[in-house]
Design a protein around this ligand. Structure first.
Ligand SMILES: Cc1ncc(COP(=O)(O)O)c(C=O)c1O
Length: 384
């Protein structure tokens, strides 16, 4: 850390060439060299399966569970290992009660993995699916609070909106959920690891995260925090390792009714993936070493500077800093993104995402000042 409390660029830990400005963590985070090496080692072990011992099915999975728990201030018992947010929210939708006439709340333009399971659940239960309209002033918290009422049974939200980083005050929303007895289900894929999340403060019923974006982990590996009040709920699927005493490979056909403790019953089948788990473990360790608070401050500093310069040089607007997550920026083009801009950026090895009328700029700890200069050079060329 520097004296200012910000992290210096961690580019040296990544395999990103100097002339590539990768400003697209919201699309897919790169794995660091250490995580790639750990994954390669794990993959190689599968070439010598006689060396893979029964305990290896548990050791790294438990380590990863404990590291994720540390990141969100939970215990390892509260964490299940899942391949995707759609799976984790499938678990949540399967577990949570919903009665006819009640409702499930999601945001306008929310990412589908935290919407489809609820549309389906509402359909099955004769309940309503309510969409919170996009607020003109970007105050999603107020917009959500205005729609929580006695009918609301499930509130399914992100921590920040995936289109432009619009931030939600989940502590205030939890309080409103408590008042009407609603469950809170969070998809934090676009924030966890780089924006602090304390399950003791927010008290989500379920919190799911895809690990391949901001968490810099492998694809198809994510995490599901389950509040203890749901640990006895039925899992989505019935795999052998989630059952009691599965450590004893000689006795697996002594079929058990009991499960492994806590949220482990919600683990996906074959969760002990020998290539993915070591890579995920290395990635989690790095995030914990840097610390989400420090990463957030570092990325806030960078996106604020980009936002100010984009306004000054090109008149581009974005969500105000106090309503936007610090790591996330959507530059708004009122007339739409000029059609030639994406191609010009890609040709200059500047990687961002265009979503509707916005250009999403999402840096991480590997970015440098030179990456930002490269972005503005291309924008100047294309826009002036
Ligand atoms: C907010 C959010 N959630 C989840 C995902 C990925 O969902 P899944 O893990 O179900 O593929 C994405 C991918 O862009 C996302 O932006």
């Amino acid at each position: 850390m520097t004296q200012s409390g910000l992290l210096p660029s961690q580019r040296h830990l990544f395999d990103i060439p100097g002339d590539v400005a990768y400003l697209n963590a919201a699309y897919m985070g790169p794995m660091a060299k250490a995580a790639i090496a750990a994954g390669e080692q794990g993959m190689a072990a599968k070439g010598r399966p006689w060396l893979i011992r029964p305990e290896d099915f548990f050791t790294d999975s438990e380590a990863v569970r404990a590291l994720f728990a540390k990141l969100v201030n939970a215990t390892a018992d509260d964490v299940a290992l899942v391949p995707a947010v759609s799976y984790g929210m499938g678990v949540a939708a399967h577990a949570l009660p919903l009665k006819a006439g009640q409702s499930v709340l999601t945001l306008a333009e929310q990412f589908p993995s935290n919407v489809y399971p609820w549309i389906e659940k509402a359909r099955q239960c004769n309940a309503a699916h309510v969409t919170v309209p996009r607020p003109a002033d970007d105050d999603w918290t107020r917009a959500v609070l205005a729609l929580i009422d006695e009918r609301t049974a499930i509130v399914a939200l992100p921590h920040c909106h995936w289109t432009d980083g619009g931030l939600l005050d989940l502590v205030a929303i939890r309080r409103a959920c408590d008042r009407v007895g609603a469950a809170l289900c969070i998809d934090a894929t676009q924030s966890l690891g780089v924006l602090p999340f304390d399950v003791q403060a927010i008290r989500p019923d379920f919190l799911c995260v895809g690990g391949y974006k901001w968490m810099l982990g492998p694809y198809s590996f994510g995490y599901l925090y389950v509040d203890p009040r749901w640990h006895d709920a039925p899992p989505l699927e019935h795999n052998w390792i989630a059952r009691q005493a599965s450590e004893d490979f000689t006795a697996l056909v002594n079929y058990r009714t009991g499960f492994q403790p806590g949220a482990r019953r919600f683990d996906v089948g074959e969760r002990s993936n020998f290539a993915l788990v070591p890579a995920a473990k290395a990635a989690l360790q790095m995030l914990l070493d840097w610390g989400p608070e420090t990463i957030q401050a570092t990325l806030r500093h960078r996106t604020d500077a980009i936002a100010e310069r984009a306004r000054a040089e090109f008149g581009l607007d974005s969500v105000a800093p106090d309503r936007r997550a610090g790591h996330y920026l959507g530059l708004r083009f009122t007339e739409g993104v000029p059609p030639e801009l994406p191609a010009k950026l890609a040709a200059a090895s500047v990687f961002v995402s265009v979503r509707g009328k916005s250009m999403r700029v999402t840096p991480h700890v590997y970015n440098t000042d030179e990456d930002v200069e490269r972005l503005f050079r291309v924008m100047k060329d294309a826009l002036s």
